[in-house]
Write a protein that binds this ligand. Structure first.
Ligand SMILES: Cc1cc2nc3c(=O)[nH]c(=O)nc-3n(C[C@H](O)[C@H](O)[C@H](O)COP(=O)(O)OP(=O)(O)OC[C@H]3O[C@@H](n4cnc5c(N)ncnc54)[C@H](O)[C@@H]3O)c2cc1C
Length: 377
């Protein structure tokens, strides 16, 4: 079995599939691996935010996502006093992650990436302080697979980040998010909705529509780990309270839950820091790229993967895989994504104070263009 590649990408979610697709498109010998067999579930509100669309277009996969998904007209948000603001959507879509992520992974393969599933990375191969590959269990055997650069795209609990000593876990910046599917929203949901509820602020309820999938609604919650520990409600009870008491929850009062609840750790960019090392870079959740406040991490995983792929291409060209060489990734994402991530972090801080959030939304409610700029492009 082959055991040497230019690049090994660990994790075939949106971040890893994008990085692998970009590199394969540029002619790099890239192996994309995932511990799961696709299609696989990922607990999520299923929103592929608008800021990823340009990449999907460049990779020739946007049409395919459109066929499988739904372009929602806009995003409705409300603050704890129920002040609502609305922004039009650009090219964002909803699609069950099981379906959309499989499309992205297949596209990486179509562009030339080798894809191995049920490949569990449990360690890195490190020599002279530089990452040289991964240790993995694949087809029942534990072996080393060597490469020039490892891209850690292995999500929120990233082994690659932990092994590099770059894993961060600040409970004010890490969120708990959970969701389930429901049938019977009346009237049918068409926009994405995010509601900061007075009963558990700064936690919020998110609803996203799936007209093409039996019109189910994905409804879930997001809240900082530090706040969750202080609440007397669990995630399911938060949603029940929202449905029973909020005017925005009224449309869900007759709806029936048609799936189990699932939840996951969400590392917001409020704790983003260094995400490169000699021979390795981290993208998406592994690198803490989730947009604060709205907790969208798909589009930012995709965008971080673009910048990582560029830095890795330059390193391959120069045959320089040192930390210094790969620090170009850090410079690039900071320049291109830093300002937006910081603006959203500012809103996340505001959200912790219900009065401040009410004031912010009060100021924005007559400025749909400002809302679209932040949430809809
Ligand atoms: C309830 C909830 C709702 C959310 N809603 C949204 C939303 O609507 N929109 C949005 O943009 N974001 C949302 N997010 C955040 C979003 O899900 C993540 O930011 C996004 O999935 C990050 O993509 P990724 O490619 O970095 O990682 P992932 O999508 O998590 O992919 C990582 C991949 O790595 C694989 N992997 C992990 N460990 C290993 C290993 N050791 N070896 C091999 N493979 C491995 C996994 O199997 C997985 O396929 C939500 C999160 C939660 C929990």
């Amino acid at each position: 079995m082959r055991a040497q590649w230019d690049v090994i990408v660990v994790g075939a979610g949106p971040g890893g599939s994008t990085a692998a697709a970009r590199l394969a498109q540029a002619g790099v010998d890239v192996l994309l691996v995932d511990k799961e067999r696709f299609p696989r579930e990922k607990p999520c509100s299923d929103i592929y935010g608008p800021f990823g669309a340009r990449t999907y277009e460049e990779l020739g996969v946007y049409e395919r996502l459109l066929e499988a998904g739904y372009v929602y007209p806009g995003v409705l948000l409300s603050s704890p006093d129920y002040t609502a603001i609305y922004g039009a959507n650009g090219k964002g879509l909803t699609c069950p992650r099981r379906v959309g992520d499989n499309i992205l992974k297949e596209n990486a393969s179509r562009l030339g990436a080798e894809v191995w599933e049920e490949f569990w990375v449990h360690d890195l191969v490190v020599k002279d302080g530089q990452v040289r590959g991964v240790r993995a269990k694949y087809q029942g055997e534990f072996r080393d697979y060597r490469c020039d650069v490892v891209i850690g795209a292995d999500g929120s609990h990233s082994w690659v980040a932990k092994r590099l000593g770059l894993f961060v876990d600040d409970y004010d910046q890490v969120y708990l998010a959970g969701r389930a599917y429901w049938r019977g929203c009346s009237p049918p949901l068409r926009d994405v909705e995010v509601h900061y509820d007075p009963s558990f602020n700064p936690g919020f309820v998110c609803l996203s529509p799936h007209p093409g999938y039996d019109d189910v609604v994905n409804m879930g919650v997001g809240i900082q780990m530090s706040q969750y520990g202080r609440l007397s409600l669990n995630a399911e009870e938060m949603v029940e309270k929202f449905v029973a008491e909020s005017p925005h929850g009224e449309k869900m009062r007759g709806a029936e839950r048609v799936s189990d609840w699932t939840g996951w750790r969400v590392p917001s960019a409020g704790q983003i820091g260094k995400n490169y090392a000699a021979g390795a870079v981290l993208v998406g959740d592994a690198g803490n790229f989730v947009e604060p406040f709205i907790l969208e991490g798909v589009a930012s995983a995709v965008r971080s993967a673009n910048y990582a792929a560029r830095a890795v291409l330059a390193a391959l060209e120069e045959r320089d895989f040192s930390e210094d060489s790969l620090s170009r990734y850090g410079e690039k994402w900071e320049k291109k994504m830093g300002p937006q991530l910081r603006a959203l972090q500012g809103m996340a801080v505001t959200a912790a104070d219900a009065d401040a959030l009410n004031g912010l939304f009060g100021g924005l409610k007559d400025d749909p263009e400002a809302v679209s700029r932040v949430f809809g492009e």
